[in-house]
Design a protein around this ligand. Structure first.
Ligand SMILES: Cc1cc2nc3c(=O)[nH]c(=O)nc-3n(C[C@H](O)[C@H](O)[C@H](O)COP(=O)(O)OP(=O)(O)OC[C@H]3O[C@@H](n4cnc5c(N)ncnc54)[C@H](O)[C@@H]3O)c2cc1C
Length: 441
């Protein structure tokens, strides 16, 4: 599908005239009190903010970049991994809405599940504004302040300075658990034997590829192995991982591999960006010299930042395990389904481990994984929910994390409505609320 031919915007209002901006200033210095603050407007945080706002509570969404989406826009991750168990769709809700909106603008290909990242940025803006969320971009979370076991307020920083804001419920959507850790929640990092986390990947798109002339995957991989053996390529990945995009002639690569790095250490992130770019140019140069289909290809974009698969996992009321995934466990407080296998890219070199649930079956993620220990008014709405290294490797994909975010947002709104805390929420009420928002449960 060629998205450019079908670009059409459902909303042509100039931004200054948009109802969202009328009489509406996000004035952090006025100590405005929100019901819910979502920190991090990525895959999960976006969904959490929308879900909560639609249930009628006052929501502030804070994001460090100038656009929403996090790993799916800034990290250039594509396509959506599976949201089916056999032939049955198992994830709906806000995730399905995102697909519908992408499709409406020619930004989604149902066959490959690829989406256009620029259209994604645009539609995430629209969905958030329409839900009535107060959105603050270019704003970074600095620290949380606590009274007893509650987060009393958080400190943010942006071009206007430092700001203290507070809310009854805070949702951590940072992917790394920045808020939870600052608030004193316990966490783990990496695999048990040596603490190593999954490798990082700088994703990129190559344009100008003559797709019809592309050799089969096995031929590319055979030549890649030879190039590695001859020392032409120094990338720890075992093969070349690429996907079709919604645009003909543009191929997406998720193939660089940066090992032994920690996404919560700025020095490691710096190393990873530099090594990711080095590997990207090395592989592209090799592709161009080796295959006529790539001769005129060029890098049209790479991630705004290196893709980080795994950092902290915040320990919650329940820790999901490998058994929960491979034995397709269901839970009375299940808030999202998934069928994606445990998918561990070797943190130390070549190889990828895949361990699926039984064919056609699915597992559920318990709400308790979103409730961190030791903090009362905090929920996790992103990939760092309570799970082992192995279980995290399954639940981290886009469709599931949108479902997790939606559940965190709905639970936060129920807390406001019923004047209670995340631990006290009735799971069956939460499930019913999520179903009313289109979730498949
Ligand atoms: C290389 C790679 C390849 C992948 N491939 C696929 C794939 O093909 N298909 C698939 O379905 N899934 C894939 N995934 C998994 C999936 O993309 C991610 O796990 C998921 O998107 C994570 O969502 P999240 O909300 O937890 O984090 P993010 O989407 O990263 O959101 C976190 C947000 O918080 C913001 N933030 C962080 N810290 C702060 C702070 N201190 N202050 C303010 N804002 C902050 C970030 O800017 C970001 O917007 C891949 C992941 C990676 C890294």
């Amino acid at each position: 599908m060629d998205a450019t031919a079908r670009h059409s915007s459902p909303d042509n209002t100039l931004y200054a005239d948009h109802p969202y901006f009328q009489n509406r200033v996000v004035n952090l210095n006025a100590s405005k009190k929100y019901d819910v603050i979502v920190v991090g407007g990525g895959t999960g945080g976006f969904s959490a903010a929308v879900s909560a706002a639609r249930l009628g509570v006052k929501v502030l969404l804070v994001e460090r970049y100038g656009f929403l989406g996090g790993t799916i826009t800034a990290g250039l991750v594509n396509p959506f991994m599976s949201f089916y168990a056999g032939k049955k769709q198992i994830i709906g809700g806000i995730f399905q809405e995102v697909i519908d909106r992408l499709e409406g603008m020619g930004g989604y290909d149902a066959k490959t599940r690829a989406f256009d990242p620029e259209i994604m940025k645009y539609i995430l803006d629209r969905i958030v504004l329409e839900a009535g969320v107060d959105l603050l971009l270019h704003t970074v979370f600095v620290k949380a302040s606590k009274r007893g076991s509650r987060v009393e307020g958080i400190v943010l920083h942006n071009k206007s300075g430092f700001h203290s804001v507070s809310a009854d419920i805070i949702i951590d959507g940072t992917g790394d658990g920045d808020v939870a850790v600052s608030a004193g929640a316990p966490y783990e990092k990496g695999r048990p034997k040596d603490g190593l986390m999954q490798p990082m990947t700088l994703n990129f798109d190559l344009a100008g590829v003559r797709q019809d002339e592309m050799p089969p995957k096995r031929e590319i991989n055979r030549a890649y192995r030879e190039a590695k053996d001859r020392g032409i390529i120094a990338c720890p990945r075992e093969d070349v991982l690429w996907f079709h995009t919604v645009h003909r002639g543009i191929i997406h690569f998720n193939t660089t591999r940066i090992i032994r790095v920690d996404g919560t250490e700025a020095e490691d992130l710096t190393k990873a960006e530099i090594e990711g770019r080095r590997q990207m140019f090395e592989i592209v140069d090799w592709l161009k010299k080796t295959f006529p289909a790539f001769r005129d290809a060029y890098i049209v974009r790479s991630g705004v930042q290196v893709g980080v698969r795994e950092t902290r996992r915040i320990i919650g009321e329940y820790i999901m395990t490998a058994e929960d995934i491979v034995q397709a466990h269901k839970f009375p407080d299940g808030i999202c389904r998934g069928s994606y296998p445990i998918d561990i890219h070797n943190p130390a070199g070549e190889g990828t481990i895949m361990m699926p649930p039984p064919p056609g079956d699915y597992y559920e993620i318990p709400y308790r994984c979103l409730i961190p220990l030791r903090v009362e008014n905090l929920l996790i709405g992103c990939r760092c929910i309570s799970a082992t290294h192995e279980a995290h490797a399954a639940i981290r994909i886009i469709p599931i994390i949108m479902g997790v975010g939606q559940a965190a947002g709905a639970a936060a709104a129920l807390c406001i409505r019923h004047k209670t805390s995340p631990r006290e929420i009735d799971p069956s009420l939460l499930r019913e609320t999520l179903r009313s928002q289109g979730a498949i449960l």
